[in-house]
Ligand binder design. Structure first.
Ligand code: HEC
Ligand code: HEC
Ligand code: HEC
Ligand code: HEC
Ligand code: HEC
Length: 411
């Protein structure tokens, strides 16, 4: 394990550079003194389609008559995750509970997809040509399965072939690099045909997880995305559907702003009515939300993902303060969409909200309630007709405290 891990690590460092250069379209330096440069002029072994999920992924294997049956049972078997379990049980088990395995069947996706079933969506959520041959079948149900990531040109692809491997594996050091994840996690808006096929991709970003990673402080991380999304058996890929991951990602702090530090609407109620303010009520509260542990913006990924920061008193819900942390779009000239509002938090970034206590109304001395909610869909409260069968939101932070229990903010 240790020797192999060290070797893979060295290869990964090269891969990160090569992947990045390829992403920028940079030419490899061709000076005579340079031996074999790390930059590559051939597409990596896992790359079989243009960016943006414009086509399905061709694994290079034709389907037999059924799972494991047919003309070429051995090659065919590479397309079924269940077959891998006899030797890779722990990996299959971990993957089976990941969002990758659920990418086609999960109810959040299916609710949105069945409202507008566009062919393009399937190219990432059940990406293989062999899955798309039967979208109601058992292969499509495996979503982003082993073969979607590991099988190209009829062979397994991995960083390197391991000693003792029975597979005819193609080793590619850029396997698993950010450039590799970008195949599905970085793309612009498409212009679609009536059937939902891609006519062309536009210029402005739709999902931009990999670009925000590359622009941030984790870009030089040796293991790229896997530095945080690696797991015991490498295949859990925990993200926003994992409570522990979410809780680690954002830090929320609240404090009382020292007097004189704000322009201060203290003492004025929401409707402008002067209040009978006690000393404690005549203050401003500062809530700070920080992206403490994600290697990209929070939220990232799907355009509907957002967070709501809420502050209120139980006796005056009508005066609740709420901030939206997410993105909004408007149509752009090229047929795509332009981001018109982006309050997502870049890695390490903090945003503070100053809220005069008096604005929250409620009873004097009554505890303050704070909640940060992560929402998976556009409308947190869908009508029963459009509601997915799984939760549409997850509470990240919930707190309650009296105003005078809060620390005074440091300047
Ligand atoms: C008969 C047992 C067996 C089956 C079935 C099997 N593998 Fe493997 N596989 C191995 C062994 C042994 C290794 C090498 C050492 C290790 O990883 O434990 C390996 C290694 C790998 C590797 C790392 C690259 C390499 O070649 O060393 C990948 C990726 C992989 N397997 C994927 C799969 C997938 C996907 C399936 C199902 C389609 C599968 N395997 C089915 C036994 C098997
Ligand atoms: C180029 C690849 C790609 C295409 C094409 C694509 N998606 Fe996705 N989709 C993703 C990725 C990657 C994620 C995970 C990011 C995240 O978790 O926010 C995702 C997440 C989602 C989610 C959130 C699921 C959840 O578990 O919370 C929904 C819903 C969704 N996609 C719907 C669609 C629909 C509908 C289409 C077609 C209009 C589509 N996607 C097309 C890559 C794609
Ligand atoms: C989202 C893409 C993705 C999917 C889906 C996926 N893998 Fe992997 N797999 C990876 C990456 C990335 C690595 C390399 C991890 C690392 O060492 O950084 C890997 C490594 C492996 C390895 C080598 C493990 C090692 O310790 O070197 C095996 C074996 C493997 N995968 C089997 C599977 C099987 C079996 C499935 C399906 C149940 C599967 N993978 C699904 C991306 C994927
Ligand atoms: C420094 C750690 C770190 C690195 C590096 C990192 N992530 Fe994440 N990622 C997180 C955390 C923590 C979360 C949970 C918070 C969230 O959902 O925004 C997350 C969430 C996600 C999600 C789901 C979030 C959403 O809002 O839809 C996706 C998809 C994702 N990461 C993909 C990637 C990809 C692709 C890379 C590499 C380009 C990467 N991550 C690199 C820590 C990291
Ligand atoms: C073949 C396309 C594909 C590839 C390649 C791929 N992903 Fe994904 N990934 C998806 C899709 C689709 C989803 C969303 C599934 C859903 O929830 O509907 C997803 C979900 C995720 C999530 C969970 C998001 C959440 O909200 O919990 C993480 C984390 C993630 N991917 C990380 C990675 C990393 C890191 C890599 C590269 C090693 C990678 N993925 C490669 C398609 C892909």
């Amino acid at each position: 394990m240790t020797h192999a891990a060290a070797t893979l690590a060295a290869v990964a460092a090269v891969a990160a550079i090569a992947g990045f250069a390829a992403g920028c379209g940079a030419q490899p330096a061709a000076g005579p003194a340079l031996a074999a440069a790390p930059a590559r002029d051939e597409a990596p072994a896992w790359r079989v389609r243009p960016p943006g999920g414009t086509l399905a992924i061709d694994p290079g294997i034709e389907l037999g008559a059924g799972l494991g049956a047919g003309a070429r049972p051995a090659a065919d078997a590479l397309l079924d995750a269940r077959g891998c379990a006899s030797c890779h049980a722990a990996i299959v088990d971990e993957w089976a509970r990941s969002r990758h395995a659920l990418a086609w069947t999960n109810s959040i996706f299916q609710t949105e997809y069945s409202a507008r079933p566009q062919a393009w969506c399937v190219n990432c959520h059940a990406p293989l040509t062999t899955q798309q041959a039967d979208l109601a079948g058992p292969r499509a149900a495996q979503g982003v399965d082993c073969a979607a990531c590991h099988v190209r040109a009829g062979k397994l692809v991995a960083k390197a072939r391991r000693a003792g491997s029975p597979h005819e594996t193609i080793g590619d050091p850029s396997f698993g690099s950010p450039a590799y994840c970008a195949d599905c996690h970085q793309f612009t808006f498409p212009v679609l045909s009536e059937g939902g096929a891609v006519k062309r991709m536009t210029a402005l970003p739709m999902q931009t997880t990999v670009a925000s990673f590359r622009a941030g402080p984790y870009a030089r991380e040796r293991d790229g995305c896997m530095a945080c999304h690696g797991s015991r058996h490498g295949h859990a890929f925990a993200g926003a559907h994992d409570a522990a991951m979410l809780e680690s990602a954002v830090e929320v702090a609240w404090c009382r702003v020292p007097r004189g530090d704000t322009g201060g609407a203290g003492g004025v109620g929401l409707l402008g009515a002067p209040r009978d303010a006690s000393a404690a009520e005549d203050q401003t509260l500062r809530v700070t939300v920080r992206n403490a542990a994600a290697g990209h913006t929070v939220p990232t990924g799907d355009i509907h993902r957002h967070m709501g920061l809420r502050l209120w008193r139980a006796s005056a819900p009508e005066a609740m303060f709420e901030a939206f942390i997410g993105r909004r779009f408007e149509p752009a000239d090229d047929g795509g969409s332009r981001t018109t509002w982006d309050s997502t938090l870049a890695p390490g970034q903090a945003r503070s909200f100053d809220v005069p206590l008096a604005q929250l109304r409620g009873e004097l001395g009554e505890p303050l309630q704070l909640e940060l909610v992560y929402v998976y869909i556009g409308n947190e409260f869908p009508s029963p007709r459009n509601a997915p069968a799984e939760p549409t939101a997850s509470s990240v932070v919930r707190r309650s405290a009296g105003a005078d229990e809060l620390p005074v903010c440091s300047r």
